[in-house]
Design a protein around this ligand. Structure first.
Ligand code: TNX
Length: 510
């Protein structure tokens, strides 16, 4: 039942946003162009969401965001003459917004969101959402006024790839936990979720032709904690959920190292034909598939075929990191055989940047994880035309401790405070890898020490929004001083959403 009391008293025709509320210039990621206006749209029980052709799904998503806290009906309608409306239109946007950008205009009378694609509308909805009071994130009806700060935004991403990686191998996270993280990260226009599905400590995806990978190899996790795995059906459901939020899942099977879980359940994956004991410690670099055995390639091809069949996204991750127990010659031999399998099943290659040492098609997108500086193999691949996803460990690794006293995480790449995670640029890290060679950025969360959703949130917030901004916003539009003000204004939203974030002393949270 909608009491008119929820609307509150009508305010002045033009009002500047109440203290603490956000204007278009406060958005995270900061937009390409944003002009705030002293005009306020008021959401009421009579407001409708007008969805143009093709905008219905995003309109329904927006309605789902706004209804719990407002309690308003917010019907999605095809046309709305004379009504208070938020309208979502496809195809009438400035061409500069491209495939993922949007234009947003908020006036006293209406809210107009335009884009060329549903993905663009979705990103625009994330901006619109941030212009409402933080209480909009509450799960129950809040009796208060709902204003949207006025202004105009024209916005589009710097890079096509804005990713987060979740390591579900060291510790397992349920589909519900993965979906929760998806909802948290898409707020900051992250459009890719890389799932690290296998490692020494556990195998997390059902492979029907090698069933014990999941049923046995999935039982373990780091430090002897309980494991788990996704059935193919559960994985498809995660992928579909992600797609409904314009997020692409990139599955990764790590190889030829990080394979102890598989080698502990299938003896034939070992050169001596003997299964290795399962391991739950967090050492890296000790395992290797048997490079000269045909069984290895039958196994890898089966895995790639099954994974490709359940993955609508273009990319498959084929690992490649820290193969310290595979000789350089074997490493090259391995990828000469494995890389073509990805194309055979209709996918493109991604993997850790060490794969740049091997012959790769220029469509492959390696992920750089080192700490910047010269790297001849990476530069040579960039010169050949490969693009890179940039995840410098000393800036983008969400498993690095913030300070010495952070209880979770590791520190091999140093301490990564909020400012360290924010102040870097992906196009100036590695000589030879400039703007044109950067596909985007990704914030990996390795989970040796991460066990719960609270742990994920504490390490990701507030660093992940900063990395998302690096991927989205023009370099010229962002700087630490402005960012620390803007990120402070996100905190009440995280509180309303129940996100357990790190209150860095570098930010005045108020
Ligand atoms: C390095 S960097 C790894 C992972 C670990 C991580 C811990 C990279 C590609 N591999 O195996 O989980 O460090 O920070």
């Amino acid at each position: 039942v909608l009491g008119l009391a929820a609307v509150g008293a009508p305010g002045p025709a033009t009002a500047s946003p109440a203290a603490g509320e956000r204007q278009v210039t406060d958005l995270v990621p900061v937009p390409v162009h944003a002009v705030a206006k002293a005009d306020t749209f008021r959401l009421t029980p009579l407001t409708v969401i007008r969805a143009g052709r093709g905008a219905g799904d995003v309109a329904a998503y927006l309605r789902g965001l706004l209804r719990p806290a407002t309690g308003f009906p917010l019907p999605v309608v095809p046309a709305s003459p004379g009504l208070s409306a938020i309208s979502l239109d496809l195809g009438h946007a400035d061409p500069r917004v491209g495939d993922e950008g949007y234009q947003l205009d908020v006036t006293k009378n209406d809210v107009r969101l335009r884009a060329n694609t549903a993905a663009g509308l979705f990103e625009g909805v994330q901006s619109l959402r941030q212009l409402l009071p933080s209480a909009i994130e509450a799960k129950t009806v809040q009796h208060r006024t709902w204003t949207i700060s006025g202004g105009s935004v024209l916005d589009y991403p710097r890079f096509a790839h804005r990713g987060a990686m979740l390591d579900v191998a060291r510790h397992f996270f349920t589909p519900a936990q993965v979906k929760k993280y998806i909802d948290q990260i898409v707020q900051y226009k992250v459009n890719t979720l890389h799932l690290h599905l296998s490692d020494d400590q556990g195998w997390r995806i059902e492979i029907k032709s090698w069933p014990r990978l999941a049923t046995e190899g999935g039982k373990t996790a780091a430090y002897g904690d309980p494991g788990g795995y996704y059935t193919q059906e559960q994985y498809r459901d995660i992928v579909a959920y992600a797609a409904s939020r314009h997020l692409t899942v990139v599955p990764e099977i790590d190889m030829p190292g990080h394979t102890n879980a598989a080698q502990s359940v299938y003896a034939e994956l070992n050169c001596d034909g003997e299964a290795v004991p399962p391991r739950t410690d967090i050492e890296v670099g000790y395992s290797s598939l048997c490079i000269n055995s045909p069984t290895t390639y039958r196994f890898v091809e089966d895995v790639i075929r099954e994974l490709a069949a359940i993955t609508p996204g273009k990319y498959l991750g084929i690992g490649g990191d820290e193969a310290h127990s595979t000789s350089a010659a074997d490493y090259k031999t391995f990828y000469e055989k494995v890389s073509p399998m990805v194309a055979k099943y209709g996918k493109l290659i991604t993997g850790w940047h060490e794969i740049a040492k091997t012959p790769l098609p220029t469509s492959a997108v390696p992920q750089y994880w080192d700490q910047g500086g010269p790297n001849a193999d990476v530069a040579a691949a960039a010169a050949r035309g490969n693009k890179f996803v940039m995840s410098p460990a000393n800036h983008a690794y969400l498993d690095m401790k913030y300070t010495e006293s952070t209880k979770l995480g590791q520190d091999w790449a140093g301490l990564v405070e909020v400012r360290d995670a924010y102040e870097w640029d992906p196009a100036t890290l590695v000589p030879g890898v400039g703007e044109k060679s950067v596909a985007g950025v990704e914030a990996p969360l390795w989970t040796e020490t991460i066990r719960t959703s609270d742990d994920i949130e504490y390490m990701a917030f507030p660093r992940l929004p900063g990395i998302a901004e690096i991927g989205w916003s023009p370099k010229s539009a962002r700087a630490w001083d402005g960012y620390r003000q803007r990120i402070a204004k996100q905190a009440p939203r995280w509180e309303a959403q129940g996100i357990d974030f790190y209150r860095s002393p570098q930010v005045d949270w108020r």
